[in-house]
Ligand binder design. Structure first.
Ligand SMILES: [Zn+2]
Length: 446
């Protein structure tokens, strides 16, 4: 056995943060889990109030054409939902982030981004829900099958077409200037067959002070994007290689496609259950004047069912993404051999995602493996691949390059550049619907 002590090396990385910082991270993480639960409760409550008010029933009452009735109902429901949900979104998406020092974006900036996201979401919901109701009318028995497949197709289209279209609405993307970081990323891209001609920098510092990189696109359409924060701060090349290597792992292993396939299967299951549960849930709500699942005025009933199923299905979809994240970490160390670079970046994400949850908490709520588990895996890989003379050195020596606590700022691991802390709310986040690569923003250290 090598003398390199994996457990000690892992513990040393965990100790990069003070116990107080770990406690704060745990409070933030647990708060986020409650936010997820409350978001579901609030969306159900809003749906129920809309149903009971009869506003959607009246909206579609005088409209003859079925497609027009759907558009009118979706528009009214969307606008009511946007307004009713705003206070909660502001609390969860901005105030809570701000109170933990996770964003320095002013409220006005957050609000502008929020409305951009909501506006894009509104347009998409008009199109997507029109299609959904069209399929329900045409294939009342098998609509759930077609619509589930449709979700998969949409996710693929989103990754290839929409992400490059929508990201520039939130941030400015410009080609990367020559320099060490660019050279590093180009060499890495060539090594593993990721297109290296589209390498961009975007003004990620607008939303947060984190150092981020991501690879978007599928099958030959890849583009690598790095936050300008990387260039404003002294970039540690080992970390760049560890982090960008992880993102390239998502691309090379086609996690976008696999994630879309998994989401399509989950969507099919959810639509099937929604089909069977629609009438019982409709009766439970006590809403009047809704004829069945094909009636667009019943949209909030579908919303309630899907919100509950989404919550119940969270552990399943989280496990799917955790598996792919783990695979991306593995890809990074195998191809770029930076277990310490990756670990150094990972420990800087602890502040907003507690490093050492219980196994159950990790299964239920974590879309990435816990940092402790990820660092341990990297250290195991290091132990198994280090030359014998290095393995004989004391563990502390092997960690000579571990970050000092004071250096633990501005370097985080981020996937598809969600402009805010929240994962599920904004359109750019939804565009990652595969839940594939987004990794949370890194807090600015006081
Ligand atoms: Zn990832």
């Amino acid at each position: 056995m090598s003398k390199f002590d994996v457990a000690a090396a892992t513990a040393q990385y965990m100790a990069t943060l003070s116990p107080e910082a770990h406690a704060k991270a745990t409070a933030y993480t647990h708060g986020g889990e409650w936010v997820m639960l409350w978001s579901t409760v609030i969306s159900i409550l809003i749906s129920w109030l809309v149903l009971r008010s009869g506003v959607l029933q009246r909206t579609r009452a005088g409209i003859k054409a079925a497609w027009l009735a759907v558009l009118a109902v979706v528009a009214v429901d969307g606008i009511i939902g946007m307004i009713a949900d705003l206070p909660w979104s502001a609390y969860a998406g901005w105030w809570r982030e701000k109170s933990y020092g996770l964003t320095s974006q002013p409220f006005g900036g957050w609000l502008a981004d929020h409305f951009k996201g909501a506006g894009i979401g509104f347009l998409f919901s008009l199109i997507i829900l029109s299609l959904l109701y069209l399929v329900i009318r045409r294939a009342p028995k098998t609509w759930w099958l077609w619509c589930g497949a449709g979700v998969g197709a949409l996710l693929v289209v989103a990754q290839v077409v929409l992400v490059p279209l929508i990201q520039p609405i939130f941030n400015k993307y410009t080609p990367a200037p020559p320099g060490a970081v660019r050279d590093t990323v180009v060499a890495m891209a060539k090594q593993v067959g990721v297109p290296s001609d589209k390498i961009y920098i975007y003004d990620g510092s607008k939303q947060s002070n984190r150092y981020t990189a991501n690879v978007a696109g599928l099958a030959g359409s890849a583009r690598v994007a790095m936050s300008d924060v990387m260039f404003k701060k002294d970039a540690d090349i080992a970390e760049v290689r560890g982090v960008v290597g992880h993102e390239m792992g998502h691309y090379v292993h086609q996690h976008g496609l696999w994630g879309s396939l998994a989401q399509a299967v989950l969507a099919m299951l959810a639509f099937f259950l929604a089909d069977r549960l629609f009438m019982p849930v409709l009766r439970l709500t006590g809403a009047k004047g809704i004829t069945g699942i094909a009636d667009p005025a019943g949209l909030p009933v579908l919303g309630i069912i899907l919100a509950v199923l989404g919550l119940l299905g969270t552990p399943l979809s989280m496990t799917i993404t955790r598996t792919m994240e783990s695979d991306a970490d593995h890809f990074s160390v195998v191809n770029f051999n930076e277990p310490d670079g990756l670990s150094k970046a990972l420990v800087k994400t602890i502040e907003y995602r507690a490093s050492s949850p219980s196994a159950l908490e990790e299964i239920l709520f974590y879309d990435h493996p816990s940092v402790e588990n990820r660092v341990r895996k990297a250290m195991e890989w290091k132990a198994a691949h280090m030359p014998p003379e290095a393995a004989a050195a004391p563990a502390t020596g092997a960690l000579a390059t571990a970050p000092k606590p004071a250096a633990a700022d501005d370097i985080g691991v981020v996937g598809m550049a969600a402009p805010k802390g929240s994962q599920m709310e904004t359109v750019p986040s939804n565009v990652e619907v595969g839940n594939i690569t987004f990794e949370q923003p890194k807090p600015k250290k006081k």
